[in-house]
Design a binder for this molecule. Sequence first.
Ligand SMILES: *Cc1c(COP(=O)(O)O)cnc(C)c1O
Length: 239
Amino acid sequence: MTDRKQELAANLAKVEERIAAACEAVGRRRDEVTLIVVTKTYPADDVRILSGLGVRHVAENRDQDAAPKAAECSDLSLSWHFVGQLQTNKVRSVVGYADVVQSIDRARLVTALSKEAVRAGREVGCLLQVALDAGEGGRGERGGVSPGGIEELADLVAGSEGLRLDGLMTVAPLTGAYAGRQQAAFERLMDLSTYVRRTHPAANMVSAGMSADLEQAVAAGATHVRVGSAVLGVRPGLG
Ligand SMILES: *Cc1c(COP(=O)(O)O)cnc(C)c1O
């Protein structure tokens, strides 16, 4: 094994242990939680190593980095998740490789995604990114739709050709009522998910929790955790 493979294997094992322990602590089965490894800022070689180590889901937040990486890894059996703020002029590129877009937060993006998915003959899974720090009707600092805007956006995705409404995603807010209260934030996301599933029963994905707060997400009921630095190492600078 190369040094990097050894390092990634050891980190993955630690994250796996954390997820398993978090599941056990609240009486959930381990297979109720899917690990998505966030590979942003790290090279395609790392994605290839992770795939060899059994990782099946990876996530990226910038199309400029993700598109060439996904192309280099197109021989691997991986699901690609897009988790960053998405501009409509990047939608065509993202639809080329993303199986799931987790950052749906406005109608214009839905329209653009639908058009490109139809053109590409693909079905794109969609999660609404919920901003728990947004004012009613507004959007969050880091993107996301406010809780009050979920219903309308969910109906729009569900009614759009080429798109599949898969559920909800959030990033624990740094400001507002939920700052520093990750578990409360994730529990609120679960309540919103329950509400959405009344009209869209198949939209049962709940994506929450990162390296620092995956335990709180698992405790709240998340089905997907998005873990970057705990697997790949701390990213230099912002990213
Ligand atoms: C970077 C990122 C993650 C992973 O964060 P870590 O703290 O490195 O685990 C998860 N979700 C989103 C949306 C991200 O941008």
